[in-house]
Ligand binder design. Structure first.
Ligand code: PA5
Length: 444
């Protein structure tokens, strides 16, 4: 199970602060379990690992099998919560180099997460004339980026396979009854999967949103869900032994001491998109009403040679949360060198995992000397099971932490503002007045 170690942050906590948070954590935890807190209508993820729809889960496995059989590539179209979890799983559990590897599962391309012609054009070029399928994912069914990309790939599929052939290659994951994508899917007869009403985008990785791309790329989604269920059981404890309580408490205590930036530091490049997923989860959940820890992520040791300077020595408003895996997927040792010209013979034969751990400890001490509190999260290994555990751990910690902070961790009113402006500027019918106002501001 995931462990949280706050020892590197303790000296920065106010005296008695951790114990004093216990009653608030209990209230927050009960509110999540009983569905009585702010945004309770979006807490379906709390019991999801036990209660998920087994029938839909089987349909996901069949669709994944169908994709693997008929396609050399899968284009996964989505943004934000409809994108990051699947990519995080693919990179962590298969490889950041997944598409370049020899394998019996399709290449996976992620589209619809930008408004970049270059990015879309590159995917089209890489697809070439290979057989492919599309999984278009949008809970609202109205998000611009995936909708624009879907037009391109739908058109390509229809030209390549005809309307009937295309329909068998399009898998839509969306709201069960509302939205433009649901309408389009129903009218065209696409295979559909639902995002449950009570689960918001950034908490949806363990629904069809994440599970279909994972299953298509050969990840054992059964093991992912088993790991999440283990975490759900282990993290049900309502006491200060609970790692999710500890993590939520630690970060809030540090925030209260003026540490406004949390730097999630990981040592496995395969964790990069878990970092992106984590940033969305915490940033979108907590950053509201003028409050919230700013979530940043760094990849060590690469970023020790860049951001390391700032973390060591820049503004002191940050704390660091390190993520450690006890067992890597592969461990390699340092090769011998006949002349020892680099003076590194003392490392010959020693595993990179061992060296990485010493780098972690050395960094922790150096950053502590620089006034940076350190929290540590440890997972046993990189596996489907621990991925499920981590997802549930972070979701629960985020819900608890948001309630401690006094915000609704399940809404995101702030992300609408840019969309309204963009749509008005692009000439959406009915936005004429806003467009005139915005253009006047741009011109002034
Ligand atoms: O967490 C969220 O709700 C958002 O990040 C959404 O996931 C993102 O905006 C994509 O929305 P949709 O799935 O409706 O296209």
């Amino acid at each position: 199970m995931i462990k949280a170690d706050l020892s590197g942050g303790m000296s920065f906590f106010p005296k008695g602060g951790l114990e004093a948070l216990a009653p608030q954590l209990q209230t927050a935890h009960r509110a999540l379990l009983e569905g009585t807190g702010a945004g309770a209508e979006y807490t379906g993820w709390v019991e999801l690992p036990r209660r998920y729809d087994r029938e839909e889960f089987s349909r996901i496995q069949r669709a994944a099998e169908d994709i693997r059989t008929h396609s050399d590539a899968l284009v996964v179209i989505g943004i934000g919560g409809s994108y990051l979890g699947a990519r995080a799983a693919l990179e962590l559990l298969r490889s950041p180099y997944y598409n370049l590897k020899k394998k019996d599962t399709p290449d996976v391309f992620f589209a619809g997460n930008t408004l970049s012609g270059d990015a879309l054009g590159d995917i089209l070029e890489l697809l070439g004339d290979r057989d492919f399928s599309v999984n278009v994912i949008s809970k609202s069914g109205t998000t611009l980026e995936p909708a624009v990309a879907f037009r391109t790939f739908k058109d390509l599929l229809e030209r390549k396979y005809g309307r009937e052939g295309a329909k068998r290659r399009i898998f839509a994951t969306t709201d069960k009854s509302r939205g433009a994508l649901r309408t389009l899917a129903q009218e065209n007869g696409y295979t559909c999967f639902s995002v449950p009403d009570d689960i918001g985008g950034r908490y949806s990785v363990l629904t069809a949103v994440g599970l279909l791309p994972m299953a298509a790329s050969g990840i054992s989604t059964g093991m992912v869900m088993a790991g999440a269920e283990e975490a759900m059981e282990a993290l049900a404890a309502q006491n200060m032994e609970n790692p999710a309580w500890l993590y939520a408490a630690g970060r809030n205590l540090l925030y209260g001491q003026g540490k406004r930036i949390e730097v999630l530091a990981y040592f496995e490049p395969a964790f990069r998109f878990m970092g992106e997923w984590w940033k969305q989860l915490f940033g979108e959940s907590e950053g509201k009403g003028g409050r919230g820890i700013f979530p940043a992520s760094v990849e060590y040791t690469a970023d020790l040679h860049s951001m390391g300077q700032y973390i060591q020595d820049g503004e002191r408003g940050l704390f660091e949360t390190m993520v450690r895996f006890l067992k890597p997927r592969k461990d390699l040792s340092v090769a011998p060198e006949a002349t020892n010209a680099d003076g590194l013979d003392f490392l010959t034969g020693r595993g990179l995992q061992e060296i990485q751990e010493q780098a972690r400890l050395g960094t922790k001490i150096a950053h502590a000397d620089g006034g940076v509190p350190n929290l540590l999260l440890t997972a046993e290994e990189i596996s489907e099971r621990t991925f499920g555990q981590l997802v549930y751990f972070f979701e629960l910690s985020c819900g608890l932490s948001g309630y401690l902070l006094g915000v609704n961790p399940f809404d995101q009113p702030g992300v609408e503002a840019y969309k309204r402006n963009m749509m008005a500027l692009m000439g959406k019918p009915g936005t004429e007045r806003e467009r005139a106002e915005i253009n006047a501001r741009i011109a002034s």
